[in-house]
Design a protein around this ligand. Structure first.
Ligand code: SF4
Length: 171
C-alpha cells in the first residue's frame, strides 16, 4: 500500500504582479501524514522540520513543498497544468520514500528555519505590500515558516537576495 493513494487538488491564487499568475497548490490526501515526517526528516537532509507543529518543508524542482497533517502544499505554481504535473511528481517522490521506510532511520530532531527577525533585517523594510502582506515583518514571519519563497519579495536588491539565500542555505 502506498503512502498516498488518492488526493484532491485545491488552487489558491497568490497576489502578484499584474498580468502574471501564481498559485499555491494544496493536495488533500485524505489521511494524516505526520507519523511519516520523521522518516522524511531522516531521508531529506536539506529541510525545515518542526516536530511540535508537525510541519516538514523541502524544495522540489525549485518549489517549496510543505507536508503537514493531511496536506501537501506546493508554492509558486504558474499554471494549473503545471500544478497537476508537479503534484503527481511530488506524490510519486513521497511514495518512493515511503517504500524505503524500513531502511530509513527516522530523525525526530527539529531542523530550524532562520528566525523572522534575522530575515527582516535583510528585507527592504519599505512595507510596500507587493508581496501581498501588509508589512515586511509579516512577510519575514511567513517566509520563516515556509509559506513564501525569498523571490516572493520583488523589491530585493542583489545584496539582500544573496544575504537571504545564505541565511536559508539549509533548505
Ligand atoms: S514586497 Fe518586500 S519590501 Fe514590499 S512589503 Fe513585501 S517584504 Fe516588504
Amino acid at each position: 500500500m502506498s503512502l498516498i493513494d488518492n488526493y484532491t487538488l485545491k488552487f489558491d491564487p497568490i497576489p502578484c504582479e499584474i498580468g502574471s499568475e501564481e498559485w499555491k497548490l494544496t493536495c488533500e490526501v485524505g489521511k494524516n501524514l505526520n507519523d511519516f515526517l520523521p522518516y522524511l526528516n531522516g531521508y531529506i537532509k536539506k529541510a525545515i522540520y518542526d516536530p511540535k507543529a508537525n510541519t516538514f518543508v523541502f524544495t522540489f524542482e525549485n518549489h517549496k513543498v510543505s507536508v503537514s497533517n493531511d496536506k501537501v502544499m506546493i508554492a509558486r505554481i504558474k499554471s494549473q497544468e503545471e500544478g497537476k504535473n508537479l503534484a503527481e511528481k511530488v506524490v510519486k517522490f513521497l511514495n518512493e520514500i515511503y517504500e524505503k521506510k524500513d531502511e530509513i532511520t527516522p530523525d525526530y530532531k527539529r531542523k530550524q528555519p532562520p528566525k523572522a527577525m534575522d530575515i527582516y533585517k535583510l528585507l527592504p523594510k519599505t512595507n510596500c505590500k507587493k508581496c501581498g502582506e501588509p508589512t515586511c515583518f509579516v512577510f519575514a514571519t511567513k517566509l520563516s515558516q515556509g509559506e513564501y519563497e525569498i523571490e516572493d519579495c520583488p523589491e530585493l536588491n542583489e545584496e539582500q537576495l544573496n544575504g537571504l539565500k545564505n541565511l536559508f542555505n539549509n533548505i
